[in-house]
Design a protein around this ligand. Structure first.
Ligand code: UDX
Length: 469
C-alpha cells in the first residue's frame, strides 16, 4: 500500500473509501477522502485499474488497486445500469473486494483501527463484502437529496402502484404530488431504461445497502435542499441511520494543487481556453458541456452547433471524445468554425471549475449532472438545462422551477429553439431575474462552507460518528 506524504493522521483510525470508477462519482469520493484526511483520519482509497485515480495528485491518501473487477466488455458498454449490475456481479464472483478489505483489516495489527468502509451507493456488492467481514459501512450518495428519495425501491413501487409509471404520452406533464415539484416526465425516462424488473433489482439492492449501513453521506447542502434533507432525516431516523449533508464536496477543502487544475479529473484539461476567456467581456460567454458520460446524436450536435452560431452569443463548447456514440472525434459541420470565428471556441475537455469561476462566463448549458450543477451553483452561474437521463431530469426541474436559476430546453433539439433558449438566458429580461437568484444562492453555498457553516459542521459530526463505530 502506498501511503502519501501528507500530514500524519492524528485520530488513530483509518477509513477505506471505494468510489464507482466514473468521473461524476470518483470526484466527489476523492474530495470526501481529502476532507476526512484533513480532519485527521488516515484514508485508503480502493480503486479499479479502469479509470484509476492518479495517486500523485492526492498526497496524504493511500491507494490500493483491487485486481480488476471490470471485464473489458463491461467497461466498454455505454449503458450505465448494465455497467453497474455487471460490476457488482463481477465483484461478488471474484471476491477481490472482500480480499482487499480483509487485507486492510489484517493490517490493523499495525496499530491503526480500520473504522469503516465508505462506498458509492451503486457498489452494493462492496457493502455486502464489508458486512461479511464485520466492517461497518457508510454510503456516499453522490447525487442530490431529491435523487436520494426518488431512486429508492419503495418510491419506485409507489410510483407504479399509484399509476404514475409506466409513463404514457398522456401523463408526462402530470405533477407527482408525493414528490413535488416533480412531474412524471422527470422520473425515469422509459426510452432509456431496461425493464421494470431490472430497475427494481438495482434500486432494491442500492436501497438495502443504504439501510444496512451506519450512516448516509450526501453531496448537498442544507440551504439548497432543506426540505428534502428534513424528510430524509425523518425517514432514516426510525432505522437509526444519520444522514450527513457535506456538500458541495468539491469545495469542502482547499485544492492541494496550486496550478488551479482539478486533481480529480480523469482527462487532461485544456487550460488554453482560460486565456481565450480572459479576452472576453464580463458575463458574455456561454459555457457548454455535457459531462463525462452522456451522448448526443450526430444530428443533435449539428443543431447544437448552429443554434450556438445563430445566437450571436460568445461560447466555449466542449466536444469530448465519444460524445457522439460510436464516434471517437466528431467533426463539427462544414462552415461552422468559419461562422463563429473570434466568438466561439471548441475544446475536448475543460478545466470546468475554473471556467465557471471565470468572470467572462455568464451561463452554463449543462446536462445537469449533479457535479456540474453544484459547480455552477457555487460560482453563481445560471444554467441552460438540457437533462438527458437519470438524476439529470429531476435536477433540471429543481434548477428551473424551485431554485429558478435556469432555463429548461426540452423537446427535440432544433437550432431555432436552441437559439431562442440561449438568448432567453443570456440576453433577455427573464435572464436578469435568473442571474440575480443564482447570485443569492452563491452567497448561501459559501456560508455553508464557512468554518461554522452547515456542511463543515456535518463533516465534524461525520468524523465523530466514524470514530464511534
Ligand atoms: C454522471 C451522471 O451522468 C450524472 O447525472 C450524475 O449526477 C453523476 O454521474 P457526469 O455525466 O459525468 O456524471 O456529470 P457530472 O456529475 O456533471 O460530472 C462531470 C464532472 O466532470 C464535473 O465535476 C466537471 O467539472 C468535470 N468536467 C466536465 C470537466 O472537468 N471538464 C469538462 O469539460 C466537463
Amino acid at each position: 500500500m502506498a501511503e502519501g506524504d501528507g500530514p500524519t493522521p492524528a485520530r488513530g483510525a483509518r477509513v477505506v473509501l471505494f468510489p464507482l470508477p466514473s468521473q461524476g462519482h470518483l470526484s466527489p469520493m476523492l474530495h470526501l477522502a481529502s476532507a476526512l484526511h484533513a480532519r485527521g483520519l488516515a484514508v485508503t482509497v480502493l480503486h479499479t485499474a479502469y479509470n484509476a485515480p492518479d495517486p500523485a495528485h492526492h498526497p496524504g491518501l493511500a491507494f490500493v488497486a483491487v485486481p480488476d473487477v471490470i471485464p473489458e466488455a463491461v467497461a466498454a458498454t455505454t449503458n450505465g445500469i448494465a455497467k453497474i449490475l455487471a460490476l457488482n456481479a463481477a465483484m461478488e464472483a471474484s471476491g477481490h473486494v472482500r480480499g482487499a478489505l480483509a487485507s486492510l483489516l489484517a493490517e490493523e495489527a499495525g496499530g491503526q483501527r480500520l473504522a469503516c468502509l465508505i462506498f458509492d451507493s451503486t457498489l452494493f456488492a462492496a457493502q455486502k463484502a464489508a458486512a461479511g467481514l464485520g466492517l461497518p459501512t457508510l454510503v456516499l450518495h453522490t447525487g442530490s437529496a431529491a435523487g436520494f428519495r426518488l431512486f429508492r425501491s419503495d418510491t419506485y413501487n409507489m410510483l407504479h402502484d399509484r399509476g404514475y409509471l409506466p409513463a404514457t404520452e398522456s401523463n408526462l406533464h402530470m405533477p407527482v404530488k408525493e414528490l413535488p415539484p416533480l412531474q412524471v416526465r422527470d422520473l425515469f425516462d422509459p426510452s432509456k431504461l431496461p425493464n421494470k424488473e431490472i430497475v427494481q433489482k438495482i434500486l432494491g439492492r442500492a436501497t438495502e445497502s443504504t439501510t444496512n449501513s451506519s450512516g448516509a453521506i450526501l453531496n448537498t447542502f442544507e440551504a439548497l435542499e432543506s426540505r428534502e434533507l428534513e424528510m430524509i432525516r425523518d425517514e432514516l431516523a426510525d432505522r437509526g441511520i444519520p444522514p450527513f449533508a457535506v456538500g458541495p464536496l468539491h469545495k469542502l477543502t482547499a485544492a492541494p494543487s496550486n496550478d488551479g487544475a482539478d486533481e480529480t479529473s480523469l482527462l487532461s484539461q485544456d487550460r488554453v481556453c482560460m486565456e481565450w476567456l480572459d479576452a472576453r467581456g464580463p458575463g458574455s460567454v456561454l459555457y457548454v458541456s455535457f459531462g463525462s458520460v452522456v451522448h448526443v446524436t450526430a444530428d443533435e450536435l449539428v443543431e447544437i452547433a448552429w443554434g450556438l452560431a445563430n445566437s450571436g452569443v460568445p461560447f466555449l463548447l466542449v466536444v469530448r471524445r465519444g460524445l457522439v456514440v460510436g464516434v471517437d472525434k466528431q467533426e463539427l459541420p462544414d462552415g461552422f468554425m468559419a461562422a463563429v470565428e473570434g466568438r466561439g471556441k471548441v475544446i475536448e475537455w475543460a478545466p470546468q471549475q475554473e471556467v465557471l469561476a471565470h468572470p467572462a462566463v455568464g451561463g452554463f448549458w449543462t446536462h445537469n449532472g449533479w457535479n456540474s450543477t453544484l459547480e455552477s451553483i457555487y460560482e453563481g452561474v445560471p444554467m441552460l438545462s438540457r437533462p438527458i437521463f437519470g438524476d439529470q431530469l429531476p435536477t433540471a426541474r429543481y434548477v428551473c422551477d424551485v431554485w429558478r436559476i435556469g432555463v429548461l430546453l426540452e423537446g427535440v433539439l432544433e437550432r431555432r429553439e436552441v437559439e431562442k433558449a440561449i438568448k432567453k438566458l443570456m440576453e433577455e429580461d427573464e435572464g436578469v431575474g435568473i442571474r440575480g437568484r443564482a447570485k443569492d444562492l452563491k452567497e448561501k453555498v459559501r456560508m455553508c462552507l464557512e468554518s461554522s457553516g452547515s456542511s463543515q459542521l456535518a463533516v465534524d459530526k461525520l468524523v465523530d460518528h466514524i470514530l464511534s463505530l
